[in-house]
Design a protein around this ligand. Structure first.
Ligand SMILES: Nc1ncnc2c1ncn2[C@@H]1O[C@H](COP(=O)(O)OP(=O)(O)OP(=O)(O)O)[C@@H](O)[C@H]1O
Length: 321
């Protein structure tokens, strides 16, 4: 449904999107995750036809975004970052305006505005002036305009940015309800956003795609990267020197140092945590040291995100050296 091939975008000397390729099949909800400045909005603006790429190509429902821009655009409902709305207009006035830009007849607009307002929980707010609505409700108006023409594809740029926790969960619920009816690409820099709503997560930093998979697959990768926690009855110094010969360990962090010592052990990215846990357990058993705790730290996408971003920075600095 959405195909991006080797997209590149330079803003003057700034490389915002760096050879980005991906495919999103029909019906999938994909989270586009990355830190500020990763290139998410730029990619979404290219896909929605608001910005030409410097190189590369993309198609939306088989329409080439450069060769058939109008056809491609009609396939998309777009919620841009910051949801620019006409603040002085009432909700229905604004939706009528957007609908007329899309070439919808008044009859179609009347019917569709009823439907999208109902869908987005705006039925009781239709006569309200947009600038006087809460941020969460304004976001609902943004979503309502994106849904107006029943587009097969929704592209949502930071749909929950600047919302409070209640509003966030309401918007998430709404996005989940749209599952099955639309192919959805949503950008965010908040991890729970994609964990809760997406079938698939693409992580982008420095304009490059760094990871692509189901949230559960990414979690597995993260588990491989997670630190090992060890609490044993000996000094941290002794534990450290005993375990250092295990080649897969890159760093130790002493968390407490009393009768029992507690260490956080960071394995190398390619190590197998299960084997490492067994090796550590065997070593301590052999030395007859009492162990109170030995396990892999709870995996979090957050940690993974920070690690792969760090890896990219290291990679880039070694490339430029
Ligand atoms: N109009 C512009 N002119 C010059 N540089 C730009 C422009 N828009 C974005 N950039 C730069 O391009 C890079 C990618 O920005 P982009 O807004 O696409 O990232 P993002 O992942 O959407 O970040 P955020 O979450 O902060 O919106 C950044 O370095 C940004 O400063």
């Amino acid at each position: 449904m959405i195909i991006a091939k080797n997209l590149v975008k330079w803003y003057g000397p700034t490389l915002a999107v760096d050879d980005l390729s991906f495919e999103i099949p029909k019906g999938e909800i994909v989270g586009f995750l990355g830190p500020n400045g990763a290139g998410k909005s730029t990619t979404l603006r290219i896909l929605t036809g608001y910005l030409p790429p410097t190189a590369g190509s993309a198609s939306i429902a088989d329409y080439d975004i450069l060769k058939q821009p109008l056809e491609a655009r009609t396939q998309i409902g777009y919620l841009p970052e910051g949801t620019p709305l006409y603040g002085e207009a009432r909700v229905t006035e604004y939706l009528h305006y957007r609908g007329s830009l899309l070439g919808m007849t008044r009859k179609d607009r009347n019917q569709r505005i009823e439907e999208v307002c109902d869908r987005c929980g705006l039925s009781h707010l239709k006569r309200r002036v947009i600038s006087r609505l809460s941020k969460g409700n304004r976001q609902r108006v943004g979503l309502a305009q994106a849904l107006l023409s029943k587009p097969p594809i929704l592209i949502l740029d930071e749909p929950t940015a600047a919302l409070d926790p209640n509003q966030i969960s309401e918007v998430r619920k709404l996005i989940k309800e749209l599952r099955g009816e639309h192919t959805i690409l949503l950008s965010t820099h908040i991890l729970p956003e994609v964990e809760k709503t997406a079938d698939r997560v693409m992580i982008i930093a420095g304009g490059r795609l760094l990871a692509d998979g189901k949230p559960s697959e990414l979690r597995q990768q993260i588990a491989q990267d997670a630190a090992i926690i060890l609490e044993a009855k000996t000094s941290a110094t002794q534990l450290t020197s005993m375990l250092k010969p295990l080649t897969d360990i890159t760093s130790f962090e002493t968390l407490t140092d009393s009768d029992y010592s507690r260490l956080s052990i960071t394995p190398t990215s390619h190590s197998n945590n299960t084997q490492l846990l067994t090796a550590i357990g065997n070593k301590l058993l052999k030395e007859q040291i009492a162990v109170r705790e030995l396990h892999t730290e709870q995996a979090s996408l957050e940690t993974f995100f920070v690690k792969i971003t760090d890896r990219l920075a290291t990679q880039q600095s070694s490339e430029s050296a």
